[in-house]
Ligand binder design. Structure first.
Ligand code: F6R
Length: 612
């Protein structure tokens, strides 16, 4: 999604902004732009990569100031053109603005401003906000940039993170937020503002996030934080936990590959200090205070989108089977708008890597408004959802940069497993049963290493089917969501059409798709439904489909029915998705690379989807 970087200080802003934009490239974008104060405002925009913008700025010259704003755009209002790229400017008061989010009432504001004689040059909602600020700007009557931004924001509805500069106040940067993330990094005599900490961490680790309706006025001498109603507030400055190495490629070709291979260590971190083998208990500090309430919960609703939703689906099965708590999963986007029932004892768990997904955040607000206890299973520390939930558990798998989520998925499944044991042990599960699963959980990273060792073989299997345009992914029980995740991974980076579903569902319609040579990936690990999966495999074979099976080490029978077998070590069925998903991630990765796609910048996709 769109990214913002802004700088005020004593250093040249241009290289700093360009470097910041490059750090945000992973989020997905289609155009970029920047504006730098140097006498007046120098503005440049370009369709395509940040490097195109960089060349343009170099050729134009004059971008030499130490105050500037910059943006990567992921189109929402208006097509991908230079005119629609940010920054947007007004036509009266020397304003330039970059914006993430959507101004929902932009059409009516635009009509009003058009009646006042403003002429628009783009199709965007952001230009409307620039014009509105320009229209209201009146320093002679007390409406300096800060006051004007506050007034303008009171007139708009929707979501925004903005950074604004004005030619008449060449030493001021004003930033604000509602709904879209933004944070201020504090350096010595300088501030760097960004929508994502990865653009800040190279310069400072002291930072504070803006809360909704916060406005910050920054100058080289200091800053002032207020609400849009101009009430002063004190920000909570914290230490960014991000390490620079964590957001760099470190010798890998792609972030996705790096993150797939990081999974064993990521899970070791995720488990560290949380598995008390002696007591057979899971220790989750973030939930401790709510333990009595959680143990008595009557129903758990897990809400998420995309990959996080697939992890949540596994969570549902775990919670019902092991903790015996009625649970269900719902797309956050649906939950939010369908008048959901929240009763006494309902707990809502928002699962999100970024902690910024707009749909999931909206569902969380809905759940809280209706009186639910709201928990988060979040990766990004300090993100909006993590701050707005009552309690929660961090994944601790490190920043995920690859657009296709991999280590966050296994982290989410691992945390949901630990949350289940945390509750199960306090409800009906014996110390022995819990301890047994904890030992298995602890062994997952080492088993994952063994799956990753088969990378070259997995690549060679993928290569055989690389020209096929339609794939099916089938699984049962805990591995039905894994099948969905395998299909999602393949389609989002290789653009191959893939569907994932419960293996038994195939014969209720999708079986019509199977023709000679169609790749059908079965998750056929040795679990309670193994025999049933074998029958489904026969149904595919008899129609000419080519079966690729993810199976348990030692299973010889599977070799007689599958063209290709990808083995994973033996593991308790409820934990199996943590291993069975890994070959599917690698298959998707290799398919995309073999087809010549940029794995880390898949078309049309954004890392963090901050619009509903
Ligand atoms: C797929 C993917 C997306 C995200 C979804 C939710 O690889 O990354 O489907 O899982 O957009 O994102 P988070 O987890 O940040 O809420």
């Amino acid at each position: 999604m769109c990214g913002i970087v802004a700088y005020i200080g004593t250093k040249p802003a241009r290289p700093l902004l360009i470097e910041g934009l490059k750090r945000l490239e992973y989020r997905g974008y289609d155009s970029a732009g920047l504006a730098i104060m140097n006498g007046g405002l120098h503005c440049a925009r370009a369709v395509g990569r940040v490097s195109v913008l960089e060349n343009k700025v170099d050729q134009l010259g004059g971008f030499d100031g130490s105050l500037g704003i910059a943006h990567t755009r992921w189109a929402t209002h208006g097509s991908v053109t230079e005119a629609n790229a940010h920054p947007h400017r007004d036509d009266k008061s020397g304003i330039a603005i970059v914006h993430n989010g959507i101004i929902e009432n932009y059409a009516s504001v635009r009509t009003l401003l058009t009646e006042k004689g403003h002429r628009f040059t783009s199709e965007t909602d952001t230009e409307v906000l620039a014009m509105l600020i320009g229209e209201l700007y009146d320093p002679a009557n007390g409406f300096d940039l800060e006051r004007t931004v506050q007034s303008a924001l009171r007139e708009v509805t929707g979501a925004y993170a903005i950074a604004v500069v004005c030619e008449h106040e060449p030493d001021t940067l004003v930033v604000a937020r509602k709904g879209s993330p933004l944070m201020v990094g504090i350096g010595s005599g300088e501030y760097i503002v960004a929508s994502d900490p990865s653009a800040i961490v190279a310069h400072t680790t002291q930072a504070f996030p803006l809360d909704d309706y916060n406005v910050v006025k920054l100058s080289r001498d200091g800053f002032r934080t207020s609400t849009v109603d101009n009430l002063p507030i004190t920000p909570k400055v914290t230490q960014l936990e991000l390490e620079l190495e964590e957001i760099e490629l470190g010798g890998y070709e792609h972030y996705m590959r790096k993150e797939i291979f990081e999974q064993p260590n990521a899970l070791r971190n995720c488990f560290r200090g949380r598995l008390d083998h002696k007591e057979g208990k899971v220790v989750l500090g973030g939930l401790q205070a709510y333990a009595p309430q959680l143990v008595r919960s009557r129903r758990i609703i897990l809400t998420a989108q995309g990959t996080a939703l697939h992890a949540a689906m596994i969570g549902e099965y775990l919670l019902e089977e092991l903790a015996k708590i009625p649970s269900e999963v719902e797309y956050a986007s649906e939950f939010r708008y369908r008048n959901p029932i929240i009763e006494d004892g309902t707990v809502v768990v928002a699962v999100s890597q970024s902690g910024e997904t707009a749909d999931t955040l909206a569902a969380l607000h809905e759940a809280k408004d209706r009186g639910a206890l709201a928990l988060g299973v979040i990766n990004a520390v300090g993100s909006t959802i993590s701050r707005e939930t009552h309690a929660g558990v961090y994944l601790r798998v490190g920043p995920e940069i690859g657009v296709a989520s991999t280590k966050a998925f296994t982290g989410q499944v691992a945390v949901l497993t630990m949350m289940t044991l945390f509750l199960a042990r306090r409800r009906f599960m014996s110390t022995e049963a819990s301890a047994r699963l904890m030992i298995e959980l602890d062994a997952i990273p080492e088993k994952m290493d063994r799956v990753l060792e088969q990378d070259a073989f997995i690549k060679s299997v993928t290569e055989k089917y690389i020209h096929r345009e339609n794939w099916l992914f089938l699984g049962r029980g805990y591995n039905y969501p894994t099948a969905m995740e395998g299909a999602l991974k393949l389609k989002e980076i290789s653009y191959i059409h893939a569907e994932g579903m419960p293996a038994a569902e195939m014969k209720h319609g999708p079986i019509a798709l199977i023709d000679e040579g169609m790749p059908v990936v079965f998750i056929a690990n040795k679990g309670p439904q193994y025999d049933k999966v074998m029958s489904n495999i026969e149904e595919v074979r008899s129609r000419g489909g080519h079966v690729i099976a993810v199976a348990t080490e030692g299973d010889q029978a599977i070799k007689h029915v599958a063209e290709d077998v990808l083995y994973v070590p033996e593991v308790a069925d409820p934990l199996s998705p943590l291993l069975t998903v890994v070959p599917l991630q690698l298959m998707a990765y290799h398919a995309a690379v073999l087809r010549g796609h940029d794995v880390d910048k898949p078309r049309n996709l954004a890392k963090s989807v901050t619009v509903e």
